[in-house]
Design a protein around this ligand. Structure first.
Ligand code: GCU
Length: 670
């Protein structure tokens, strides 16, 4: 088969990017029917309402159906009922008629995409009446995109999909049609907020807040018709760097005035602007600590400035000392977010959302869930995930993260029968993630990395959804009419891929054995003697970090019961997190019955074998997708296999040399 992707223009953008989960064929079940759209005049979000009309017109004209009036026997009615309540939509099936209704155009658009997702089944099922509502009104993507290219990170920090879809040649793109296509994809998975620039705010990007506002308004105008509000990442030092003040002390009157005036200009340019994302006192970004203030002082000052407009401050809890002395065994980076933020619970303004990474370190393939997520009952908290695969194969490896996120979302911080992480954060905050798209023709580098973006949106809407079902949804939409063999092969490749990646990279939760800087590929001691606080402490006798309260850093004590006890002792700690919490001898016997050293060898050999099976699975169905996509997946799988072998050999060799203990099965270790 040949591809319908056309090569890009001079700025590197693909003229016709891959349709991802919205190919024209996915609209056939709606498009071949009689559809009525009932929209009272003068509703709030007229541009979103117009999108609903446009989608229906496009679907029916592509597939031979028609747009009809509500009295002309429609098969599908999309109706806006401003008097209805709730943030979701209602789906009623009554005989031959399917009615989707909602109080707001955005919810109606979500309802339309719900019908697209169900396909023919939406029209075939028994009569019924269902309400579909998101668990939270904060379902956000953060772009780590720079306007200008950064010398070390390129244009998109931790971006593995080409350049930014928003910016090219040091400016906001003139042609934002790709952003419109992206917004449409996001609306189809329920995303409702997007931050358009990197949390590490450099000089050029800082100016989006001031002389770049016209451009921000242009981007917002493209996102708005899809029910998405625009946000900016801002630098805490802006009053100095942009305003010419001598301080950015949050308690300084001039600083407060500067931010109030700035907010007035931002909302003057973009009436439905969402708010600011702030990375402060983190990895060199400025923050309130310079003035002896705490993070509530900093966040609340900004919150006050944006409050008149209903704006939010998304204040990141990723605060730690990145200039640690590796000789200092008393400092533990894992403790930092909790130590800084838990004491501030109840001190944040009502429009501050504290954004907490899912683990206490930094998006590793395996970490315990951050104890901070359960330590802020009087604060609005958002969970931060990383869709971009910084530490999970950088979109060269096929790694489906749905199962990892699902495990995090379902985790119960206070034990069985208590609220899940998803329930805790949905209460007043929500869900946010670092986006993985760029101007690559497939959006995401590895075409299968689209499934991660898809799954994030769907899980943010309903965290109880099954990640394997979501993968199935993605396959159904993305490969219309996919033969069973293709579906099965994609499941075979992706269902267990997170665990496979864990097997050939990182044993038992130890983390960070990656090449410093770019974080791709193995380097067991790469971070061991650096200031970053990411150590495994391997010696000739054992490996792992003692984070117990009794003899270690005390991190385990940040958890409520029962987890503080479970993690405290090496006997009760789950195998997969053992080295995160404990330093144990290589001969320590795991619950699985094998020793730590033998587990390291076994999983690394098994991981590579599983990647070999992934390659075989793809080759068995490669003829079933178009040539370009086939080739792209083939090339990525070949690199994944090469990289997995490199990981296996380096990690096994390293631990064999350290421990002097041979593999029980006599396999080749170099
Ligand atoms: C990681 C990542 C950085 C990023 C940071 C953050 O450390 O490597 O590129 O800036 O996370 O979340 O702010």
């Amino acid at each position: 088969m040949t591809s319908d992707i056309v090569d890009g223009g001079p700025d590197g953008s693909a003229a016709v990017p891959h349709p991802a989960w919205l190919p024209t064929a996915a609209f056939a079940p709606i498009g071949r029917r009689r559809v009525a759209v009932v929209l009272p005049d003068g509703n709030d979000d007229a541009e979103v309402a117009a999108t609903v009309r446009r989608e229906v017109a496009a679907a029916t004209s592509a597939h031979g159906g028609s747009v009809v009036g509500p009295d002309e026997h429609p098969d599908l009615v999309l109706v806006l009922e401003p008097t209805a309540t709730g943030s979701g939509f209602r789906v009623v099936r009554d005989g031959d008629r399917l009615t989707v209704s909602a109080a707001r155009p955005t919810a109606l658009l979500h309802g339309l995409f719900h019908v697209v997702r169900l396909g023919e089944a939406a029209f075939d099922g028994p009569d019924g009446d269902e309400q579909h509502s998101p668990v939270s009104g904060l379902r956000m993507l953060n772009h780590w995109d720079n306007v200008a290219s950064h010398p070390r990170h390129g244009q998109v920090e931790r971006g593995y999909s080409g350049g930014s879809i928003f910016y090219a040649d040091g400016a906001v793109r003139t042609d934002l049609s790709r952003v419109a296509a992206y917004a449409r994809l996001l609306a189809a998975i329920g995303i409702d907020q997007v931050a358009i620039n990197n949390v590490n705010v450099a000089a050029r990007e800082a100016r989006l807040l001031t002389d770049g506002l016209d451009d921000v308004a242009r981007i917002a105008a493209v996102l708005r018709p899809y029910g998405i509000r625009t946000h900016l990442s801002v630098s805490f030092a802006s009053p100095i760097t942009l305003g010419g003040l001598t301080t950015s002390d949050p308690l300084d009157a001039d600083v407060r005035t500067w931010w109030r005036d700035t907010a007035a200009r931002v909302w003057g340019a973009v009436g439905d602007f969402g708010g600011f994302v702030v990375k402060a006192d983190s990895e060199g970004q400025p923050g309130p600590f310079a003035y002896g203030r705490d993070h509530a002082d900093g966040a609340n000052m900004l919150a006050e400035a944006v409050a008149p407009y209903g704006g939010l401050i998304h204040w990141r809890a990723f605060v730690y000392n990145h200039r640690q002395d590796w000789r200092d065994r008393s400092t533990d980076r894992a403790r930092a977010a909790f130590d800084h933020f838990a004491p501030l619970d109840g001190h944040f303004a009502e429009n501050v959302v504290v954004q907490v990474k899912h683990g206490p370190m930094d998006f590793q393939v395996r970490e315990p869930v951050s104890p901070l997520l359960a330590a802020l009952p009087r604060t609005r908290v958002a969970l931060e995930l990383q869709v971009t695969q910084e530490y999970t194969g950088q979109q060269r490896h096929a790694v489906y993260l749905g199962p990892e996120w699902s495990e995090i979302l379902r985790w119960q911080a206070r034990g069985d029968g208590t609220p899940t992480v998803a329930e805790d954060v949905a209460r007043a905050g929500g869900f946010t993630a670092v986006s993985n798209v760029g101007d690559d023709p497939y959006w995401t580098g590895h075409p299968f990395a689209q499934a991660n973006l898809y799954a994030f949106g769907r899980l943010a809407w309903d965290p109880t959804l099954d990640p394997s079902d979501l993968l199935d949804e993605w396959v159904t939409l993305t490969f219309p009419g996919a033969p069973a063999a293709l579906r099965e092969a994609i499941h075979a490749i992706l269902d267990e891929s997170w665990l496979t990646y864990e097997q050939y990279t990182t044993p038992l939760g130890v983390g960070f054995m990656v090449r410093p800087g770019h974080h791709y590929g193995p380097d067991v001691d790469g971070y061991e003697y650096t200031p970053w606080g990411t150590y495994h402490f391997a010696d000739r006798d054992g490996v792992g970090v003692d984070r117990s309260s009794a003899t270690g850093t005390g991190y385990a004590g940040q958890y409520p019961e029962p987890w503080r006890d479970v993690y405290e002792s090496a006997e009760s700690c789950p195998d997969e997190l053992l080295l995160f919490f404990h330093h144990v001898p290589y001969t320590h016997v795991l619950h699985s019955g094998t020793t730590v050293i033998q587990h390291i060898y076994d999983t690394h050999f098994a991981g590579v074998e599983r990647v070999e099976r992934m390659v075989e699975a793809w080759e068995s169905v490669a003829h079933l997708t178009d040539d370009d996509l086939t080739a792209r997946v083939r090339e990525r799988l070949a690199e994944q296999l090469r990289s997995a072998v490199e990981w296996r050999d380096q990690v096994n060799t390293y631990f064999w040399r350290k421990s002097g203990i041979a593999d029980a099965h006599g396999r080749v270790i170099h």
